[in-house]
Each structure stands twice: as structure tokens, then as C-alpha cells.
Design a protein around this ligand. Sequence first.
Ligand code: PGA
Length: 248
Amino acid sequence: MRRKIAAGNWKMNGTSTALGELVALSKALPLNAPEVVICPPAPLLFRATEAAPEGVRIGAQDCHMQASGAFTGDISAEMIADTGAGFVIIGHSERRAAHEESNADVRAKARSAWAAGLTPILCIGEALDDREANNTLDIIGGQLAGSLPDGVTKTNTIIAYEPIWAIGTGKIPTLEQIIEVHDFIRTRLIARFGKDIGDAIPLLYGGSVKPDNAAMIFEAENVAGALVGGASLKADDFAPIIAALAAS
Ligand code: PGA
């Protein structure tokens, strides 16, 4: 059976008072809970790993591609690992857009995450223009080929498909569209890495996942979980999404 993963991306939200949500979340987890990862803002990482109760793991939202050096304001994968975090989101569309991160940058970040022992949650996704021009699969194929380094194993990488137009908008693709893209990603992964590895890599859906649409999204065979933004901030919202994943 494939891993199931519910990852929460707090983005630039939350101060130390938000750490109480980790405990609340762990109390609300179902018995057969999937892997749960919370990615708080970087200043909270140390405290989050200390506060994280059983069943909740911690990740960062970005890392630099270099291990150290004159990069003011940046954070290396090694520093993230030093906090006790085990995961790092890379290539999120908000960083690709606001920080002009290219596929090559994301590829280098994946390598630096691996070198530090972190599991990257690597994001890909098309813009609305691409979707409307029927270019979705071309864009996704290009991002996969360009962002994912060689060296992927069955366990060292998680991929999140997040259509940019669905992030923070309350709009989500139809189940058919979700199935189409995740099946396409699976086919590409198998073609590149072989059946054993390609079949095992967890694929998450992200973009306006909420308690009331989660069960529908998890019907897609190749969806192994979700990367959740807004609805991961409060345990009361995230717990039902995790329960829907556990029941899928
Ligand atoms: P959202 O964000 O759930 O608030 O749409 C998802 C994401 O950006 O990872």
C-alpha cells in the first residue's frame, strides 16, 4: 500500500501561539492516521519540532540550494534538518512566481534537501492561462522533467500537484481533471525511474482542499494525500481532511 500523507503549509501565517494547534491536531487524529506534516514559518521550526506530539512531523517551506555561504536571509537544508524537521516544500508556485525560481533552481534545492536528509515536497502546477489553452500536461511534463533530479528513490521525494488557479481561490479542478494530471505524472515517473520507484512516489493534490471536498479528491487512485494551505491553520479544519484521507 502506498504512503498516505497530509501536509499543511502554513505559509507566512502564525506566531508561537499557533503551536497549540499541533497538540490540538494530534488529539484529533484518527487511529489509522496517515503521515501528517506541518510546515510552519521558519522562525517556528525549532519550537515546532519540540512541541510536535506523536503523529505530527515538521517541515519547512523552502530551502536554499547551497549548503552555506553569503546568502543573507536564506536558510539551508542543513539548518532545517538541524531543527529536527524532516521535510521541506520546494518549488511552491508562490516562490516560483515571487522569487523567480526556475525548474533548475528547484532541482538544485531537491539535491540539497536530500544531502541534508530531508524529504522534499516538490510542487508543480499550471497557471490558469495554461489550463485554458489546453497546455496543462505539457507544463506539468516540463516541470517534472526540469525540477526533479536523477536520484529519486521510492522514499526520498514527495510530489505535490497544485494548479495555481486553485490555490487560495476556493476553486478546484473536477475529479476527472485531478485524475488526468495525477495519472499523467505517474506515467512520467514510471517512464523515467522505472516501475518500482515510479509507482511508489507519493503524489499529493494541493489547492483549496477543504473538509467538504477532501473525500472527492481522495477518490483519485493516484492521489496519496494533500498539501493544504488555509485549511491547515486550524486543527478543527485540518482534522476532517486527515480523517477523509484515512478513510480513503
Ligand atoms: P490553499 O493552499 O489550500 O490555501 O489553496 C495550498 C498551497 O498553496 O499549498
